[in-house]
Design a protein around this ligand. Sequence first.
Ligand code: GUN
Length: 293
Amino acid sequence: MNQPRILDGKAVAATVLEACRNQAAALHAQGITPGLAVVLVGEDPASQVYVGSKARTCAELGFYSRKIVLPATTSQQQLLEVVRGLNADPAIHGILVQSPPPKHIDEEAIIRAIDPRKDVDGFHPENVAKLVLEDPTGFVPCTPAGCMNLLEVAGIATAGAEAVVIGRSMIVGKPLALLLVSKRANATVTIAHSRSRDLPAICRRADILIAAVGRPEMVKADWIKPGAVVIDVGINRVADPTKKSGYRLTGDVAYEEVAPLCAAITPVPGGVGPMTIAMLMQNTLQAARQLSS
Ligand code: GUN
């Protein structure tokens, strides 16, 4: 059996975070402290973990962070008021409203209310347009940016490669497809989704396969072209009574059967996950610089 290369997102993220710490110190010397506000509405347990880890990373890097936890009953109007307050707050350079919000919240309207210059998630239409236009003043969504960074650091060539992205979300699938097809990466890109005909056959074309669907272990061994690079964006909680928490984390890829076929693969956890937070910190630095210049 082939031993694939394990793409260690935790190690790459640590290097990125070290660079962010140094850049934050350089900004401090100019009297600027990068500031990130993270807003969580409701009590989704996974979101609570993500928000906590974002605040912790800010502290480690010398960023100012503000965690705003609102009850699940918060109204659209109340949430809009919070966002407007953060837009006007000079100590805050980046604003992130954790997704998904409760069902009664119109997420699209909340995203549009965020000042695009502080939209470190890159979800505002102005930043989506800048991604399409390849304008570097825009913010690139963190998880797609993390996937690209991981490929780049690993020296995996994307130019001319067949890349298949499974998933068409605005958080991962669509922006990632745009990054892969950009003039920087030059991949040939297919976006597959739940309505795609013969998904396994589409995936078998991929030199680079990216799974971003949120279905535990959906991608099987017979979906893989031997020698492919597999990036697993999924972080799924599945019940596991042998664990103290009662669950374990698994990706969208059936890792055990897929890994032996790959040239390289990301683990879950420890692959794309840590890269997402590192990219959020990079985006917050970019926002602090752009707002201060
Ligand atoms: N939920 C899952 N990923 C993300 C992300 O990158 N940003 C926000 N705001 N919410 C998320």
